[in-house]
Design a protein around this ligand. Sequence first.
Ligand code: IMP
Length: 194
Amino acid sequence: MKVVMATNNVNKLREAREILAPLGIEVISQREAGAETDPEENGSTFAENAMIKAKAVYDIVHCPVFADDSGICVTALDGRPGVHSARYAPKGEECAKLLAEMEGKTDRRAYFACVVAYMDEQGSGTVSGECHGSIGTEARGTNGFGYDPVFLYGEKTLAELTEDEKNAISHRGKALRQLCEVFRKRYGEDHAEQ
Ligand code: IMP
């Protein structure tokens, strides 16, 4: 089956395609579906923002849609940047800013959170996933995007993992595998043929 992902983020799109393709779901970008919309993400939670994005695209395409809202929550920063992760620093400067803010802090715990909102003619809902780790003391690795180079999962940063390795343990991977179950229940085991 084909599902529209309500995003203009090519990194999220690439990860979602890799995670959902083996499960029989083809992911179409909102641009490919002809839905040029960029709603204001003015919710106060990941779930609210994910639903805002999913609804904006669903109202245009009227076919199964999902949207991801995600971010990094740092314990020593009282959960910041959290829902504001995309606006924490100019693109490409988020890792340096976070490392500077974490300088001297001994509690390095952090987690990525992802809420995926879905919407189709049967209604809407959310699924979620978290990936727990810590903030390193330097940026390492060239894979992934955003905060991946400073997020340690075990010995490696997420930017040092292959895409498959990241998807197996990531917040987005966990949420999207649940999304697949939702669509499997709604559309049946042979949804790949639809
Ligand atoms: P939004 O969901 O569009 O509001 O953006 C979430 C922001 O959180 C992204 O722009 C990244 O900076 C960050 N983020 C979300 N997921 C990841 C991830 O898997 N790796 C690194 N950064 C992420």
